[in-house]
Design a protein around this ligand. Structure first.
Ligand code: ATP
Ligand code: MG
Length: 461
């Protein structure tokens, strides 16, 4: 990395003012790997292109209107952006125009948060005294040390310019475990109308980063407190303050935050954790003894999850994964279940292409999020999983395509063309094989099929 930056610096030549800026500096100070390194320069984009190419580097004008050129070094792309000021924000999404050729200080002043508004001239990178060289006009280092996310300048004005910033503040709270500084936090509710203009793709990306951060509960709490939750995920709001029953120590929202934090930081698992109980408030029913029940909430949660993720234009892969995790989270196989019942459960997971291990990981997080001593549930969880794993290991037939007689063979046997009868027969054979996988031979299934055809099948037309 240092070599690549040295190559770039040499290529751009004297007077380029090449500096590491923004998130890269923040992550360097935190000792955290940065997903990307943004570089800034005083040179105009045309000069960056020319000088990089003269030095034999591949340079691509990826965002000339913003002053950005991508230069490849050692197979890695580096975005180099000309110092710029943003001018006029009328749509709440992006500046109307950018002004190139400004000072580094002006470039830093347009950035969102103090911790993201520092620069490090690249010649200082890798030197022992690099911290001395930091350009930090907005107190970013102090806020970094204090764990604060503070807007650069007047937060109300900054959130008026760009509605994405409040969402980024909550995302950084989750990613860094930071607190949003009071005035910055207070500026979010008055600017929700601007936040509403953010494209759904950006919303999904930010929410997913927030959920996958090490402290998602902070980010979610900030979303709830500021009204961003109601704006982007209104279905989640009724979970706040929804009390549960003796199976839980926490109300629904607190339980949800605990499950999100307990689940591995994977988009599908974290989104499922957020949404698995979203159907509970509408299904809450208090019986004569005063106990709350939530019968059927899984289906409501699944429908809401599908609607939310469709609205946010999530990929089908994410949507199906979350839907399957939510759908099956309320099933609690017991060690006392018979083999057939366990195989029927395995079939339901297989039908939804949800691997057993993934279902088990989610169940573990859901149980952990109930707030009880693991000694009270972990042994049973392990026992259930051991039992299901042992059965799955034998690779029992779980789908019609695994049956020893296929549709063609069954049609030949019956002397009939395909039709609804065939699906019913296959379902019956599947059911018999789930009860007893030993029946999955051509001979045994033939006998089963003949018996069924005699008694159940309507006469051939
Ligand atoms: P990460 O890359 O870890 O997601 P980042 O802070 O680097 O976080 P980027 O989207 O890569 O975020 O943006 C790089 C830098 O550009 C930021 O650090 C910040 O200085 C500036 N920036 C990004 N988005 C905005 C915005 N909406 N408003 C103002 N400045 C922004
Ligand atoms: Mg970045």
């Amino acid at each position: 990395m240092l070599d690549a930056v040295a190559t770039l610096r040499a290529a751009l030549g004297p007077g380029s003012g090449l500096a590491l800026v923004g998130g890269g500096v923040r992550d360097l100070l935190l000792g955290r790997p940065s997903p990307d390194w943004d570089l800034a320069t005083a040179l105009l984009p045309g000069a960056v292109l020319d000088r990089a190419r003269e030095a034999g580097l591949r340079a691509i004008p990826t965002g000339l209107q913003h002053g950005t050129v991508t230069v490849m070094v050692g197979g890695r792309p580096f975005e180099i952006t000309t110092f710029r000021g943003d001018e006029g924000y009328t749509d709440g999404r992006r500046p109307d125009a950018v002004r190139l050729g400004v000072t580094l200080e002006e470039d830093l002043a347009r950035r969102d948060f103090t911790i993201n508004a520092m620069a490090l001239p690249v010649e200082a990178l890798g030197t022992p005294g690099w911290r001395e060289a930091l350009v930090d006009p907005h107190g970013g280092q102090a806020d970094l040390a204090a764990g604060l996310i503070r807007a650069v300048g007047d937060p109300l004005a900054r959130f008026q310019e760009d509605g994405l910033r409040p969402l980024r503040a909550c995302r950084f709270a989750a990613q860094l475990g930071f607190t949003i500084e009071a005035a910055t936090l207070a500026a979010v509710p008055p600017r929700l109308a601007v936040a509403a203009k953010v494209s759904v793709e950006r919303v999904l990306a930010e929410l997913t980063k927030l959920l996958c951060g090490p402290e998602p509960g902070r980010g979610l709490a900030a979303l709830a407190e500021t009204g961003l939750l109601g704006l982007f995920l209104p279905e989640c709001v009724p979970m706040i303050g929804c009390d549960q029953n003796r199976h839980h120590r926490y109300p629904v929202w607190e339980h949800t935050l605990a499950v999100v934090a307990a689940a591995p930081a994977d988009p599908g698992l974290r989104w499922a954790a957020l949404l698995h109980d979203v159907g509970k408030p509408s299904k809450r029913f208090v019986d004569a003894d005063g106990a709350a029940h939530f019968h059927g909430h899984e289906a409501v949660s699944e429908a809401a999850a599908r609607e939310i993720l469709t609205r946010l234009r999530a990929s089908n892969a994410l949507l199906d994964d979350v839907a399957a995790l939510v759908r099956h989270h309320g099933v609690h196989p017991a060690p006392a279940w018979g083999d057939a019942a366990c195989r029927r459960f395995l079939k339901r997971l297989a039908d939804d292409r949800l691997p057993l291990a993934r279902w088990a990981t989610f169940r573990w997080a859901d149980q952990a999020g109930k707030g009880f001593d693991p000694a009270s549930w972990l042994p049973e969880h392990r026992a259930v999983l051991d039992r299901l794993e042992a059965l799955a290991e034998g690779q029992p037939p779980l789908a019609v395509k695994d049956l020893a007689l296929d549709g063609r063979a069954l049609m030949a046997l019956a002397g009939r063309k395909g039709g609804p009868w065939l699906g019913r027969l296959q379902a019956q054979l599947m059911e018999r094989v789930l009860e007893d996988p030993g029946l999955n031979t051509a001979a045994a299934l033939e006998a089963e099929a003949r018996a069924w055809l005699r008694t159940e099948a309507p006469p051939a037309p």
